[in-house]
Structure formats: structure tokens, C-alpha cells
Ligand binder design. Sequence first.
Ligand SMILES: NC(=O)c1ccc[n+]([C@@H]2O[C@H](COP(=O)([O-])OP(=O)(O)OC[C@H]3O[C@@H](n4cnc5c(N)ncnc54)[C@H](O)[C@@H]3O)[C@@H](O)[C@H]2O)c1
Length: 423
Amino acid sequence: MPRPAPRPATGSSACSRNRSARPRWTSRSGPTCATRCGRRSCARSRPPTRTSASGRGSSTWRPRSRRPRRQPCEQHLCRADRRRDALRARRAAPVVVGEDPEVPAAGRVRPALRGRPRCGRAGVVGGDPVSRLAGKVAVVTGGASGLGLATVLRFCAEGARVVAVDLNAESGKAMLSGAAAAGVGDAVRFVAADVADEDDVAAAVGTAVAEFGRLDVMFNNAGVGGAFGPVTDIEVEDWDYTFAVLVRGVFLGTKHAARVMIDQGAGGSIINTASVAGLSGGAGPQAYSSAKAAVINLSRSTAVELAEHRVRVNAICPGVILTPLLHQGREQQMRELLPTVQPWPDHGRPEHIAGAALFLASADSEFVTGQAISVDGGLTAVGPDLGNRLQTRPGDAGLVGVNRGQTGVRSQIRRRVGDPGPR
Ligand SMILES: NC(=O)c1ccc[n+]([C@@H]2O[C@H](COP(=O)([O-])OP(=O)(O)OC[C@H]3O[C@@H](n4cnc5c(N)ncnc54)[C@H](O)[C@@H]3O)[C@@H](O)[C@H]2O)c1
């Protein structure tokens, strides 16, 4: 992509390296360049002198705060100024990630992202280009599929370098190809590892430090459905496997990431994937639901413990998200069914969780720790949904009014304006 010509810099962007070289604002002999080039036509020059309002001669001295801002001439923009201006111009075009749910996430990253990922080309907030994870290093477990894969790509698009960890090496290869196609291949490493194994987790965290020099974000996300069936029939081994992946995996990720983050002394963010199933009893098998509840409280308790090191710990509770774990091969059927399970009229997508993870990973959530954030299209907000289940929602019958209970004052009920009434 051709680089746009540098924009004329504003006065406030004068090169800080030249600051010491700036002349004091005292010469009366006419304008000179702020970089001491001596050119009177230089735009960095001070404006023409004016006679003071008091009429006391031609003194042009005025307090620093009231002096007009100086503009650097093109010739005297330092290299850093030019680079910064060119970068700002390039950042101005937003990158769209996750706009079209039908297109695989990796293919959705703008071609502008191709090549080595650079800071500040990923998102636009309020018209200002931002790169919310520039310079950050993250580990994402379960990073080869579903929520983890979407998060790896989103983090990279936001300037992070990422180590994706997954048990499935085949998916890992596909993830690397997708990342390369998206132009962020240089920013991603893959480690085949089992999150339930301490040596594997320690090695994965070590890879982040060895490859990228540090660790700022740990996303403990790998998961499986685990044991299912009647509680009377569940094997201990299956129960333990479920907890090993879902809870021990989060514990180990937290333990080894926190060690590095504490040593670095620069804080960090640990994000754990829990589930809405961890908030109630009716949203998943017993083992899964119990394990996810454990993840929520593990997040809270480690948040309290690690706060003094400025290491934040939060959990994300996804609702129903269309991933291989959920659809298990019945993708089309689920795609049609899912929009009906929660108030939000579209199905949940991995990119929705990646967006929440980005918020928790970035400085935007600096004061957020120990929270379990539901990302569920309103699924938990519905609660028991009794009005629906008992069919006691008068609004559904086109009625509106006020129920005054047993007060002795008459309740009022009327048909909604424009309602045709019972057929
Ligand atoms: N999809 C949903 O609706 C939903 C809802 C709530 C919570 N979650 C949670 O989100 C997380 C991600 O799930 P997903 O939907 O993306 O599923 P997914 O199956 O698409 O991805 C999970 C990834 O984790 C990996 N993994 C499993 N066990 C592992 C282990 N022991 N070590 C390393 N990697 C392992 C898998 O290989 C897979 O690539 C899980 O923790 C899951 O419980 C998902």
C-alpha cells in the first residue's frame, strides 16, 4: 500500500528532540525557523511582529501561554514526526473484523492487515485510531477453535503478539494458516499442550516469554463438554476429567501466568472462560455447570489475591455461542435455533466473546477485576421467564393496564391501541 504523504504537522507536534534547540522567543530581527535553520520563510517561524496594544514601542514579548503556535516547515520535520504522521494516516481506515458471520474470521481481516502486524491499525473509537493491545503479549488456551481462535485473531488485529495453546495440533496448524492469511502470521505461535498438565502449561507460558519477551494477558479458555448423563450414572473418571480440563486448567494457567506477571512488575490481565452454566442449574450438565461455577469463584478469589500486583482476574460467561463445541456437527440446525433461545435476535458468535476478552485485556478495563461478565444476548437477564412459561403476559394478548391487587381499588385493563382484539 503506498504510504500517504505526511500531513502538515500541527504546532503541538513540533519534534521533542528539537526542543532544546528552539530559540528563545526574543528575536526582533524577524522570523526564523524553530530548528535554527535561519530561513525566514520557514513555517516554523514566529508570526510577524506587531506593535503592542499599549503602544509602548514594538515589543512583541508575551507570555508563553499566549504565543501563537509554531508550525515546523516540511524540511524540519524530524524522521519520528514523519513516521508518526504517516502512521496516523494509515490508521485512519478502520479494520472490520467479524462483520459478516458467514465468512470465516481469518478471511475477514482487511487486506490492509497483511504483512507484519503493526500498532494502531485495528480499531477505531470515536474517530481516533487506536491499537488497544499494542506491545502486549498474550497466551490463549483453546486457541485453535471457536472462541479461542476468534480471540487470537482479534488480539493480533489489535497489535498483540499471541501464543495459542491447544491440545489439537491439527486445528493448531489450521489456525496458523488462517493467521498467516489474515496477515498476522508473524505475531502468532502455536503450542500443542494439555491445559490439565502442569508441565505443559508452564512450557506454554515460557514460550510466550521466550518468543516475545513478556506476558501481559492470559486467556484460560480451553474447554470441553465433559461428563454428561444422569448423576446416578456418571463415572468418577469422567467427572475428574471434566474438572481437570475446566478447573485445573484455569488454575494452572493462572498460577504460571501470575508468576511471570508478578516478576515483571507491570501488572497483567487474566481472563477465564466460565459459562452461564456456572450461574444456574439448568444450562448444562452437572459436571460442566459445577466446574464453570468453580471457575467463576476461582476468578474472584485470585482477583482479590493478585490485586496488589495490579494483576486483574475476570471471568467471561458466554451464553450460547455457535462453535464446534456447541453444534457438534449440526451447525445449520443450531444456526436457526439459537436466535430463539435468548432475547437478542441473532445467534452468539465467537467474535462476541473475543470483543469482551479484548475489553478485559486492554487498559479500558483497568479498574475491573473479580467480575464474571455475561456475554449472552440477554439470556441470563430473562431469568426464570415465568411470564412466558405460565403464559401470564397480558401484553401477549394485546392488553395493557394496571393490576392493583387486593387493595380494593379497581384494576384497569384495556386493549392496546391498534390491537385488533381476539380473532
Ligand atoms: N460455545 C458455547 O456456547 C460456550 C458457552 C459457554 C462457555 N463456553 C466455553 O468456552 C470455551 C471455548 O469453547 P468453544 O465453544 O470455543 O469450543 P471449541 O471446541 O470450539 O474450542 C475449544 C478448544 O479447546 C481445546 N481443548 C480442549 N481440551 C483441551 C486441553 N485439555 N488442553 C488444551 N486444549 C484443549 C480444544 O481442542 C478446542 O480447540 C470452553 O471453556 C467452553 O466451555 C462455550
